[in-house]
Design a protein around this ligand. Structure first.
Ligand code: DSN
Length: 398
């Protein structure tokens, strides 16, 4: 590389990441093949449009790449191409979610006479994502969020409460799938909820997509109308996203395609799409199933050991890669900000996180969020998790 400054910084970051225990729940480590595709000459090509219908010439090979990525995306989730379509162009998770609302939820306007559409999504404070309608996100400015949370007693979803909210508010779309919710989601109940008010059901499986593909988390496809996902968390691909839509006569795939391009994006990043295709091929191997299983095993052991050491685990445990720890009420009375900073100094990277019914602020919340996908890629097993739990305990108590 001729640019010595950037080369040096990349090297430094590589060294740094090698030397820490990375427990950021939304991060992972891609293969060198994924990096090769990302850094390839495919970044040079403009390909606005879709395979077979581009606005620029010279896209014959690019079409093959995008079609291959779509084929692999359907295959890894066991979907047949006459029942599901997939758009692999979203640049990341937030634009993917925005595209879905743009396609399916009315933007209120005096000229159309349409009222502002409603997105029923989990509030950020209980584990939802910004793009599930939070007021600081474009999704809460163009549309209205109908927030829901978890039950105070169990810190898990309460479908009676969700039913009452949906009945009262009649949302256009209901979003299931969260950013900081460690438990299994009952997609059948969400389907019934959506049907009871005539809403679309969108599942944002960004966090647990790799667990679905690996067969250790229930698949949302039997119940959802739309499934969005990023590709860089448990799915272990490059930073990107996909939108799956059901083919059932409501023209969902055409609406989604139009919303992605030209609705909110221009030319797709073909190098990124090729890298997603590479990652999906890796996901289809039997190794990946073992990997997904180990992620959940590791998270369980880590949660159990932290609990044994006296830390309060939100909802009492985890069914996924993700653990929420109440460091304020459950440990030694340390806020999430201080906890994450102390851990970082000791070489353990986590993020501070609000917990349900948090009495502190999002910038200095009551908890930390931990995930095991990255360290499981680095071949960490149960015994390593026990050591990590003890290290976390020691750092936070001293
Ligand atoms: N920032 C991602 C996460 O950490 O879950 C979601 O956008």
């Amino acid at each position: 590389m001729k640019d010595r400054q950037i080369e040096k910084l990349i090297k430094k970051e590589k060294e740094h990441s090698k030397n820490v225990i990375n427990l950021i729940a939304s991060e992972n480590y891609v293969s060198s093949d994924v990096l090769t595709a990302l850094g390839s000459i495919l970044t040079n090509k403009y390909a606005e449009g879709y395979p077979g219908a581009r606005y620029y010439g010279g896209n014959v090979i690019i079409d093959e790449i995008e079609n291959l990525c779509k084929k692999r995306a359907l295959e890894v989730f066991g979907l047949s191409r006459d029942k599901w379509a997939v758009n692999v162009q979203p640049l990341s998770g937030s634009p993917a979610n925005v595209a879905v609302y743009l396609a399916l939820v009315p933007i209120g306007s005096p000229s159309t006479g349409l009222e502002v559409g409603k997105i029923m999504g989990m509030t950020l404070a209980h584990g939802g994502h910004l793009t599930h309608g939070h007021k600081v996100s474009i999704t809460g400015k163009f549309w209205r969020q109908i927030p829901y949370g978890v039950s105070k007693e169990t810190e898990t979803l309460d479908f009676n409460e969700l039913g009452e909210i949906a009945k009262k508010e009649k949302p256009n779309i209901i979003v299931a799938g969260f950013t900081a919710y460690p438990r299994l989601i009952d997609f059948k109940k969400f389907r019934e909820l959506a049907d009871s008010v005539g809403a679309y059901l969108m599942v944002d499986m960004s966090h647990f997509a790799g667990l679905v593909a690996g067969g250790v988390y229930p698949s949302p496809f039997e119940y959802a109308d739309i499934v969005t996902t990023t590709t860089h968390k448990t799915l272990r691909g490059p930073r990107s996203a996909m939108i799956f839509s059901k083919i059932d006569g409501r023209l969902l795939p055409a609406k989604i395609d139009k919303a992605v391009f030209p609705g909110i994006q221009g030319g797709p990043h073909i190098n990124q799409i090729a890298a997603v295709a590479v990652a999906l091929k890796e996901v289809s191997k039997s190794d990946f199933k073992r990997y997904a299983k180990q992620i959940v095993k590791n998270a369980n052991i880590l949660a159990m050991e932290l609990a044994r050491l006296g830390w309060r685990i939100i909802s009492g445990g985890t069914d996924t890669h993700l653990i929420l720890v109440d460091t304020w009420n459950g440990g030694v009375g340390i806020g999430g900000k201080e906890a994450s900073e102390k851990l970082e100094k000791a070489g353990i990277i986590v993020n501070k996180n609000t917990i349900p019914f948090d009495t502190r602020t999002p910038v200095d919340p009551s908890g930390i969020r931990i995930g095991t996908a990255g360290e499981t890629t680095r071949r960490k097993k149960e015994k390593d998790m026990i050591k990590i739990a003890h290290k976390i305990d020691f750092v936070l108590r001293t």
